[in-house]
Design a protein around this ligand. Sequence first.
Ligand SMILES: [Zn+2]
Length: 297
Amino acid sequence: MAGGRLRGGGRGDHMAGMDADTPDLDFTDAELRRYSRHILLAEVGAVGQAKLRAARVLVVGAGGLGSPLALYLAAAGVGTIGLVDHDTLELSNLQRQVAHVTARIGRNKAESAAETLAALNPEVKVEIHPRRMDAEAAHELIPRYDIICDGTDNFATRFLLGDACHLLGRPLVSAAVLRFEGQLSVFRGHEAGTNPCHRCLHPEAPPEGLVPTCSEAGVLGAVTGVMGTLQATEVLKLILGIGEGLSGRLLLWDALDARFRTVRLKRDPACALCGEAATIHDLSAHAEAPALVCAAP
Ligand SMILES: [Zn+2]
């Protein structure tokens, strides 16, 4: 199936709870207490909380970005959270991957993070995918979720997710960190309008070895915490339909300078993925790509 042409598959099936005019507002007393600080917000309220409960979010990479991201999504009451990670927990992960604990070294990271999320909020359902995010996994998993989050640190997986989310019609919330810097954007190029896709920003992956990974160049642990938390915030905004999203903008943060800035991203008419003469119609280019997930993000 990896080489087959893709179609934007039935987004409505999975967005039912999010699009419904009258979501299920039947909350238990415990849920009302747990989410009371959300429900107090006029922009969230009981209807927004019901939208969060109905939402399905896929977190790719249970590492430095995926840890705070998944923790905040679970705490917020996002009803179903999928976790993809084939890697096992190492001692060097714990400086930033806060969904894990020392006693779980050697365990699969999706399983370890799921245990922490369940302890934090037993009301949410966590779906564990202890597998590599390759073209086959993308075909299988992405259509089952409303929003996809990239928390990986290698270009093979980043480009796979960028192409797959565009072709399968899902928004991609993508963050990256290195050393003392982070960046974040939301890609919705599959939707009508002027939203750029991932390849409008990065047409091609850089040659292997040109851009260092966290395991080569290092990263301040708290920087991944900030970026993963910003990523969670954008996911919650998307589900709730509030605020101004980051689609068409790239947020950049330099922790050493303590400065945030955003730059405009434009749709590229010549883009190979979303342009008028697009040449990428499937994931066949990723079929053989080694989608190694860096242990560092
Ligand atoms: Zn594009």
